[in-house]
Design a binder for this molecule. Structure first.
Ligand SMILES: [Zn+2]
Length: 103
């Protein structure tokens, strides 16, 4: 068993998710969440909703798992300008980078 003493950013995981989303050609709809600011590039008209697993006909298990991890925190969204994967907290109207969560 691997011991992980501290919270760590797993960039490899994030890269894999980013690739997966690219392979699935998500987001399929152009649906920008205006007013939601990207913590990386600062743009507030480029964050797009990503389709939920149940919206995809052939949803890979990995994508389903990815959503499962963040279900409580919010919805997965993508900044189309800088390609950052973010979690959108609707109540707070804020987007948090994926790597700030325990993956
Ligand atoms: Zn951005």
């Amino acid at each position: 068993m691997l011991l992980r003493g501290e919270r760590m950013t797993d960039w490899e995981d994030i890269e894999r998710y980013r690739r997966l989303i690219g392979e699935l050609e998500l987001p399929r709809q152009d649906f920008a969440l205006f007013g939601l600011r990207c913590p990386y590039c600062g743009k507030s008209d480029r964050i797009n909703r990503l389709e939920r697993p149940e919206e995809l006909e052939d949803c890979p298990e990995e994508y389903r798992r990815l959503w499962g991890k963040f279900d409580r925190a919010g919805e997965l969204v993508l900044c189309r300008f800088c390609a950052a994967l973010l979690v959108w907290d609707k109540d707070r109207q804020a987007a948090t980078p994926l790597e700030q969560f325990d993956l």
